[in-house]
Design a protein around this ligand. Structure first.
Ligand SMILES: Nc1ncnc2c1ncn2[C@@H]1O[C@H](COP(=O)(O)OP(=O)(O)OP(=O)(O)O)[C@@H](O)[C@H]1O
Ligand SMILES: [Mg+2]
Length: 237
């Protein structure tokens, strides 16, 4: 099946204790696509990512990666199948150097296109310059680049970024977007969560907007760019 989706989420429901956050969310990502998940604060974007990664258990629905059901698997096994997460808040190791941070998450995976430190340095030259610095000595932008580099070192087939440009200066943001465009042009599948609609409609292929744990709108970049009513209603723009 050459044309099957890489990730397919069907009717996923997730709760924290008694409080339900996802009410049957469904979406899909084809190989090589860059897809976004948008929506206002607290609508369930991070919870969706946590459900995919098995960090918070989904209580219903189906999560298939490359045709295989992963709901219920422990998160380390899901990651090993080829899902790389850049979590909200970056979370680099503060007392390891940049180089050590990259080595610490490296995962050997057979086949071509394997990520190396040199390849990460080529994507983010700044990380090469800062190789000996501790994680906690980095600027916010450098930490974010390191967080992305670390996820890439696991050789993911799908890279998931949760608010990767939050709180960064415009120039650094532009650098991050450029790196994502490059990853996409190299064929990597990417799921992006971000609030920067202008940048997202420029770099991504398709979008899903969620509201209270359900998809309420989906479309292509040019459709979202033109749908100012949708942007206003669901994204507060
Ligand atoms: N660990 C938790 N325990 C209980 N409730 C939680 C927990 N984490 C998130 N929530 C609640 O779940 C809802 C969805 O949160 P989530 O973090 O998924 O939203 P989000 O769309 O990522 O928001 P943001 O844009 O602010 O990052 C919110 O109402 C939030 O308060
Ligand atoms: Mg979030």
């Amino acid at each position: 099946m050459a044309d099957r989706n890489l990730l397919e989420i069907d009717n996923v429901e997730t709760c924290y204790g008694l409080s339900q956050v996802l009410f049957g969310i469904s979406f899909a990502i084809a190989p090589g696509e860059m897809v976004t998940l948008m929506g206002r604060n607290g609508m369930g974007k991070t919870t969706t990512v946590r459900s995919i990664m098995g960090l918070t258990a989904a209580r219903a629905g189906s999560i298939r990666f490359d045709g295989r059901e992963v709901r219920g698997l422990p998160s380390y096994r899901i990651a090993k199948l080829g899902l790389g997460l850049v979590p909200e808040g970056r979370q680099v190791f503060p007392t390891l150097t940049v180089r050590e941070n990259l080595v610490a998450t490296a995962v050997e995976r057979g086949g071509e296109g394997r990520w190396t430190i040199d390849r990460v340095h080529d994507l983010f030259p700044r990380l090469a310059e800062r190789g000996g610095s501790m994680g906690n000595q980095l600027s916010g932008g450098e930490q974010q680049m390191l967080a992305i580099g670390r996820a890439l070192m696991t050789n993911p087939r799908l890279l998931i970024l949760d608010e990767a440009t939050e709180g960064l200066a415009p120039l650094i943001r532009a650098e991050i977007w450029k790196s994502l465009e490059r990853l996409k042009s190299e064929g990597l599948s990417v799921l992006v969560i971000d609030k920067n609609v202008e940048a997202l409609t420029r770099v991504a292929d398709r979008h899903y907007i969620i509201e209270r744990g359900r998809v309420v709108w989906t479309g292509l970049s040019r459709e979202l760019a033109a749908a100012t009513d949708i942007q206003h209603r669901y994204l507060g723009i």
